[in-house]
Design a protein around this ligand. Structure first.
Ligand code: FAD
Length: 382
């Protein structure tokens, strides 16, 4: 698809930012697992913390199609940078779709500017895929909820300052698994404690365990007019989340191909470039085909999202194919680069460490298959 004029301006700015402010620093920041604070500030200055927030609230109001192309570009340079604003924008989506007018006018402009930035706190020590098992509780006490529990693997919890937290509310909270879950907007200054977790890849950006001990949250910070809607609210937000993870997959699968294609033409064995050996050609052909399939499915899912259609099947397929493409292409890039793929002097070992996360986050790929199958049956009754 050829970008329109507005898109072309944004893509150009993103390309310049990536070449000038990100690429030269990736290796050092990644090796040190250091939070890219200056990069985060530049993302704020570019308005990307408000990429999908509507212009009424100070955002850029980008379509999912434009947004996903930006995510692809960013992930192709350093996937961690896309994490700075991706889960933040899922939180924003939940507020913009389901929050009260007061919540929207209070929070969305600050989210868009990056003054408040954060993400989503769903996963717990004992549940990730099965969110119905959430144990974090939010008990109403006059005009506040008192929140207690532990969340795991929360991106942006340490360096960010706000989270959308999935917690059990109301009478059903102790006995009934799948009822009574609500989303609360909790600011760090209300008192949660985040502890950084170590990771194989996706370094630089923080991922944390978050402890809530009697954290008092104003009742007005409940997302949505009533309790008990949190799971469906966050699942709606995860459609966009899955499209953006798919876009990350496209970016990573593409860069693995590009670097392998260049390397295969310069590395010689048995008197000729390895790109002239058929086994390497087959790898390159498979890698390129996966990139195209991943991109087309991602564009298709983003277009369905932009039309306002329910698109969990499309987003699930895009996420599944694009993230498996990233993982496969990272593995093949490692093989094509031989020992150099194993060295931190090349980017391949980073891609090899970063890619598996894509198959786990925003719903594992096993879960995506279950969603796709359920949708197939629902959409094709006999
Ligand atoms: C770096 C990183 C960042 C993250 N960021 C966030 C974040 O910001 N916020 C957040 O809330 N979470 C975050 N997560 C957590 C992530 O969303 C979960 O890890 C993911 O949902 C899977 O949950 P789990 O790890 O508990 O695995 P489990 O749910 O325990 O699953 C284990 C395995 O069983 C499979 N499985 C489970 N149920 C089924 C089933 N019914 N049928 C078939 N297979 C099944 C899974 O696919 C998986 O292979 C992050 C994780 C990582 C690693």
């Amino acid at each position: 698809m050829t970008p329109n004029e507005d898109e072309a301006v944004i893509f150009d700015a993103v390309d310049q930012f990536l070449e000038r402010d990100v690429r030269p620093y990736v290796r050092a920041l990644e090796a040190a697992d250091e939070y890219p604070a200056e990069i985060a500030d530049k993302i704020a200055a570019m308005g990307l913390f408000g990429a999908t927030i509507s212009e009424d609230y100070g955002g850029l109001g980008l379509s999912a199609q434009t947004y996903s192309k930006i995510v692809e570009k960013v992930a192709a340079v350093w996937m961690s940078v896309s994490g700075l604003f991706n889960s933040h924008l899922i939180m924003c989506m939940a507020v913009e779709r389901f929050g009260s007018d007061e919540m929207k006018t209070t929070y969305l402009p600050k989210f868009a500017s990056g003054e408040l930035r954060g993400g989503i706190a769903l996963t717990e020590p004992d549940c990730g895929t099965d969110l119905q098992g959430v144990r974090t509780r939010a008990e109403m006490d006059c005009d506040v909820y008192v929140v207690n529990g532990t969340k795991m693997w929360c991106t942006n919890a340490l360096n960010g300052n706000v989270l959308a937290v999935l917690a059990k509310t109301g009478q059903t909270q102790k006995s009934v698994r799948n009822k009574g879950m609500s989303l609360l907007l909790v600011e760090k200054e209300m008192g949660y404690k985040a502890t950084k977790l170590k990771k194989l890849g996706y370094r630089g950006i923080d991922t944390a365990e978050v402890q809530f001990d009697d954290v008092r949250v104003p009742v007005a910070n409940l997302i949505g007019p009533e309790e008990g809607k949190g799971l469906s609210q966050i699942l709606a937000g995860l459609e966009l989340g899955r499209i953006n993870v798919a876009a990350r997959g496209v970016g990573m699968a593409r860069v693995c191909l590009e670097e392998s294609l260049a390397y295969a033409q310069s590395r010689k064995t048995f008197g000729k470039p390895i790109s002239e050996h058929q086994t390497i050609q087959i790898k390159l052909a498979d890698m390129a085909t996966k990139v195209e399939a991943a991109r087309l499915l991602t564009e298709q899912a983003a277009a369905a999202y932009d039309r306002g259609e329910r698109c969990d099947l499309e987003a699930g397929m895009a996420k599944l194919v694009a993230t498996e493409a990233a993982l496969d292409n990272a593995t093949e890039a490692m093989r094509i680069h031989g020992a150099y793929g194993y060295s931190p002097e090349f980017n391949i070992e980073r891609y090899y460490r970063d890619a598996p996360l894509l198959c786990i986050g925003e719903g594992t790929n096993e879960l995506q298959r279950l969603i796709i199958a359920k949708q197939l049956v629902d959409r094709n009754p006999v």
